[in-house]
Design a protein around this ligand. Sequence first.
Ligand SMILES: *[C@@H]1O[C@H](CO)[C@@H](O)[C@H](O)[C@H]1NC(C)=O
Ligand SMILES: *[C@@H]1O[C@H](CO)[C@@H](O)[C@H](O)[C@H]1NC(C)=O
Ligand SMILES: *[C@@H]1O[C@H](CO)[C@@H](O)[C@H](O)[C@H]1NC(C)=O
Ligand SMILES: *[C@@H]1O[C@H](CO)[C@@H](O)[C@H](O)[C@H]1NC(C)=O
Ligand SMILES: *[C@@H]1O[C@H](CO)[C@@H](O)[C@H](O)[C@H]1NC(C)=O
Length: 602
Amino acid sequence: MHNVGQAGLTFWSPNINVFRDPRWGRGQETPGEDPLLLKVAACCKHYTAYDLDNWKGVQRFTFNAVVTEQDMADTFQPPFKNCVSNGVACAMCSYNQVNGVPTCADGGLLAGVIRGDWKLNGYIVSDCDSVDVLYNRQNYTATPEDAAAITIKAGLDLDCGGFLPSHTLAAVQGGKLAEAQVDNAITNSFVVLMRLGFFDGDPRNLAPYGNLGPKDVCTPENQELAREAARQGIVLLKNFDDALPLNAPAIRSLAVIGPNANATRTMIGNYEGIPCNYTSPLQGLSAVVTTVYEPGCATVKCSPDDLKLDGAKVAAAAADVTVLVVGGDLSVESEGLDREDLLYPGEQGTLINEVAKVAKGPVILVIMSGGPFQIKQDKANENISSILWAGYPGEAGGAALADIIFGRYNPSGRTPFTWYDQEYVEQVPMTDMRMRPDPASDYPGRTYRFYTGNPTYMFGYGLSYTPFYHNLVQAPEKLSITLEEGHPCYSEGCNSLELSGSAHCSGLQFDVHLQVRNSGGMAGSQTVLLFNTPPAVHKAPRRQLVGFEKVFLEPNESKNVVFQVDACRDLNVADESGNWKLPLGSHVLHVGDVTHTLTLSI
Ligand SMILES: *[C@@H]1O[C@H](CO)[C@@H](O)[C@H](O)[C@H]1NC(C)=O
Ligand SMILES: *[C@@H]1O[C@H](CO)[C@@H](O)[C@H](O)[C@H]1NC(C)=O
Ligand SMILES: *[C@@H]1O[C@H](CO)[C@@H](O)[C@H](O)[C@H]1NC(C)=O
Ligand SMILES: *[C@@H]1O[C@H](CO)[C@@H](O)[C@H](O)[C@H]1NC(C)=O
Ligand SMILES: *[C@@H]1O[C@H](CO)[C@@H](O)[C@H](O)[C@H]1NC(C)=O
């Protein structure tokens, strides 16, 4: 695309903000609510504690995120730390303020942490246009020149927008900024252009990328990759009586119902590329069996006027099986648009209930959305056999759904966020950044790591068509830490050890060996998630993902999975001041139903 003038070589993506609140309109762009999962490369955005767009009149441009040092250390910063220390070329500072300072003007966060502590080898860019926003909308500086000076001094190298080009020269001439600091910012940006080969001559002569062109776009391999990504991402949440997979030869008619049943553009979500071709759910399913299509609602917003129940009910009552495809689209969740509740938009809930009531055969509910809805009623509804969450599955989403529904693929996706009930969002304002519960004010905490309630489905949940069993083969039961003579923990007792600059970590690495067995008749992948529940000190998370592996298993096959655990890196917790500590006492490691207690002592 670059070679034919259709794209650049630097991409201000991905969005790696923690999906902290289920209402966030941009949650669909992220890998989910767990800080460990967000381990990726490119230009990581939006630094930091940014995950509110436009909620009940609170705007990202002026929002001041009030964040504790502890939540900063173990929730908001780890994705960016992983990203920068794994060698990305770029980080983007956000619009919002963190504890009263715009992130793009915060020298501690930019020059101090990103470039200093994490050793960024590349450039820091503003969001478009955070510098203008901090001057014009936050009134953070008295003059535009001050805004230019304060951000460049803080460590900003490049402005997405026209603000620095317009005001930096005057800032230097007015003595607010040294020319050397501008040179430094330009150097950081040009280093990346040099690395990309911008000064190596005619790109057409440069192997291996110079000859790439339209013939390399939308190849069969590319399109198969899109379909495989969608298959891997779809999550099976409920499958009563093994209603899925469907046996295609036995189905004479399939009713395909719902506002997303023939979705195309909706499937590619926010910050999309240009698709090669779409296969909607209706098209994917119709390629396998005879279908009858009834949208039920003309639009995702599904106002009472849009609801067309009669045709949908007739179709469901006559068909051997009903597939209902509901959910969201960019009209209800997107950049600049957070949701206010977790209920299905408009009358979609009525459509689901009424169709499920009269359906002749099993009802397969497919939810296409970026964020979660309240679905406890569908989980409990005996007239709904199966629930699949498809996310926004991309251009091949309908083909991938058909692969799963007809058993050509054994689902292995896991939900990247927690499915809360509507009461949750009535209890928790989106603007409250606290991750940890506060019983005194009935604040339930956020995400699977801290939430004290019972969600409908928790982060990491997902079924397959075959049962997989886990068996612990080997893991230590005790780890002993030797402290130097006179260490205060001997006399005073300790529930955790300070980690910074300590020599206590040697010998605290170990392996956890698990055997995973596919005991069913269908080949498939199992996603093995290893969690730790640390001792309850320092308001530690209730559970925390330590690592994950995906293993492919033939029927009856077993494989061993090994997790290499370093206690100081993987079992540590941030204390109330954001310092990393190793809790002493019982850590409970768990994978599925298997639990193992490991005791750390001095
Ligand atoms: C910034 O100043 C303008 C003009 O005085 C005012 O309307 C606006 O409310 C101020 N914004 C903030 C966030 O203080
Ligand atoms: C489904 O969507 C495709 C693409 O927008 C369109 O061509 C087709 O007519 C739709 N099918 C039905 C039955 O409406
Ligand atoms: C695009 O997808 C549709 C639906 O799956 C399919 O019928 C059609 O052949 C595809 N077109 C191309 C050019 O691949
Ligand atoms: C399920 O369907 C039956 C039969 O139509 C109906 O009586 C019942 O109310 C339905 N259950 C729910 C939860 O809608
Ligand atoms: C799996 O193992 C069981 C018990 O050993 C055996 O009865 C069954 O035929 C095997 N299935 C396959 C698909 O190999």
